[in-house]
Design a protein around this ligand. Structure first.
Ligand SMILES: Nc1ncnc2c1ncn2[C@@H]1O[C@H](COP(=O)(O)OP(=O)(O)OP(=O)(O)O)[C@@H](O)[C@H]1O
Length: 272
């Protein structure tokens, strides 16, 4: 897999001293600092409850940060109003573990739904009433994920791996600049998971998208991540290029302090 030189690219995501404390008192994040340049592909790692999902949600204000600064695509999300946040979300594609297609509608209609924020009105929701160019674009997106032949099938007739591919095609219809993927292959078997990750990475590379992807499978993280950001107990544990990280360091992210074999809370320099 090629490693692109992105050192001259502008930052797309800038997070400074971010903290999140939930109303029940849980301190989910504190002292989070990093930036991601345009076109970077970053894997986000950390044990259950370390704050990965909260961090991703803070990037589009699905979760409101308690303090600090979060800048995504030149929008300071902590001070942005509803209109700016809506505009930002249109440029940020999301892929979740839970594949949230509309089960009883066709694959094509689900994919067209991805373009609504850009071009559509609710009456264009169904494939039959969508504009010709929308349908053609959806067909191209389906072709890109290898599923043009199932465009007219109901979404729930597809396998989990195919459904996640449809979700990626739908995300492409958004024409996003940034992709946030939260455990996109956790629900899939290893073979399907690998093939969905291949696809996500290829599309990211060919379109020059910026990707922040949470993964739990270390072998996938190793295979796909050019850079790794890791959290432990809501704090930064590492931020470095993947090639500099030893397997023990990655495994150590999933051990507790009292097991005595966790790595130091070092923040590495020179990422990407
Ligand atoms: N809405 C909420 N209200 C209160 N606490 C929350 C809320 N959402 C998350 N938390 C807590 O914040 C901490 C971080 O949770 P988060 O889901 O971000 O972790 P995670 O690293 O994504 O975990 P996982 O790998 O299990 O998905 C956890 O202690 C969690 O219980």
């Amino acid at each position: 897999m090629s490693v692109r030189d992105l050192s001259g690219q502008p930052p797309i995501i800038e997070v400074s001293d971010l903290a999140k404390r939930f109303i029940n008192g849980t301190q989910a994040l504190s002292g989070i600092n990093f930036q991601v340049n345009a076109g970077e592909t970053v894997v986000l790692l950390g044990a259950n409850g370390s704050g990965k999902s909260t961090l991703q949600k803070c990037l589009t204000k699905l979760v409101e940060p308690t303090s600090g600064s979060v800048r995504v695509l030149d929008t300071e999300i902590t001070t942005a109003g509803t209109r700016e946040i809506t505009a930002l979300r249109r440029q940020v594609g999301v892929v979740f573990q839970r594949i949230n297609l509309v089960r009883e509608l066709s694959v094509m209609t689900n994919v067209i739904h991805g373009s609504l924020g850009r071009v559509g009105s609710p009456r264009n929701w169904f494939a039959g009433t969508a504009r010709k160019d929308q349908r053609e674009e959806a067909m191209e997106a389906l072709d890109r994920v290898g599923l043009a032949h199932v465009a007219q099938r109901r979404a729930d007739e597809l396998s989990g791996g195919q459904q996640q591919r449809v979700a990626i095609a739908r995300m492409l219809m958004q024409q996003p600049r940034v992709v946030l993927a939260d455990e996109p292959v956790a629900a899939l078997d290893p073979r399907a998971g690998r093939s969905v990750m291949d696809l996500l990475w290829e599309i990211t590379e060919e379109r020059g998208l910026t990707l922040l992807c949470t993964l739990h499978q270390l072998e996938l993280a190793r295979a796909y991540g050019h850079r790794v950001i890791a959290l432990r107990d809501g704090a930064m544990d590492m931020d470095t290029v993947m090639s500099k990280v030893a397997d023990e360091q990655l495994q150590g992210l999933y051990t507790t302090e009292d097991q005595g074999d966790s790595p130091s809370h070092e923040v590495f320099e020179g990422a990407a």
